[in-house]
Ligand binder design. Structure first.
Ligand SMILES: N[C@@H](CCC(=O)N[C@@H](CS)C(=O)NCC(=O)O)C(=O)O
Length: 205
């Protein structure tokens, strides 16, 4: 079996999707985390693109979290059953990543004085546009509790993870999105995910 090591800050962020894929697949991996204070000093120079996360596969360091998550999802049969399902799953993943990127852009914007106002504006105006898109895609491609087809895919894990961050910011933010809520239930009721969530420690992001 190939060896896998995932390297990231001590947080969920852009690494959590990959962690969830390993968890659901039941495949062991080394979860290497380090405190943000050690970045950039010790770690940045060692990374392929000066960024984290990266995945070390059989000794080779691979950057870009969505690219390596996609490879793992294919390896572990979480990417769809045919070419069209692969495509639809990618479409959902990309749409969720748009929300993630938009969120991080606001969350880590150190140029504004009133950061609370920026986040409130993001939650009121930008996040709903993204959430509506995701809800729409699930109506088009998925079924009750699944974003694409009728079995668990990595797109469901991405929906779950990003919406967990949204709920932390506003516990009512998903009230208008029943399809997204149903996906969250599917993911949370997966036995392996449920066991993982019980042991996962709280982090800042
Ligand atoms: N598209 C890349 C983005 C990676 C990225 O922006 N990583 C951030 C942390 S979430 C980072 O390394 N920031 C530190 C830096 O750029 O110095 C991915 O998905 O892996």
């Amino acid at each position: 079996m190939p060896s896998y090591k995932l390297t990231y800050f001590d947080g969920r962020g852009r690494a959590e999707l990959t962690r969830l894929i390993f968890v659901v697949a039941g495949v062991p991996f080394e979860d290497e985390t380090f405190p943000f204070s050690e970045w950039p000093g010790n770690f940045k120079a060692e990374t392929p693109l000066g960024q984290v996360p990266y995945l070390t596969v059989d000794g080779e360091k691979i950057p870009q979290s969505i690219s390596f998550a996609r490879m793992l999802a294919k390896r572990f049969n979480l990417a769809g059953n045919d070419e069209l399902e692969h495509l639809k799953t990618d479409v959902v993943v990309d749409t969720v990543t748009d929300l993630q990127n938009n969120h991080y852009l606001r969350e880590f914007d150190e140029t504004v004085e009133d950061h609370d106002h920026l986040i409130a504006k993001f939650l009121a105006e930008e996040a709903p546009v993204h959430l509506e898109r995701i809800e729409k895609l699930v109506c088009l491609y998925g079924s009750e509790g699944f974003s694409v087809g009728s079995s668990l895919k990595w797109s469901d894990l991405h929906v779950y993870d990003i919406t967990s961050s949204m709920l932390k910011l506003n516990p009512c933010i998903l009230d208008k999105y029943p399809k997204i809520q149903a996906i969250r239930k599917t993911v949370e009721s997966n036995e392996k995910v449920a066991a993982y969530l019980k042991t996962r420690h709280e982090t800042e992001f």
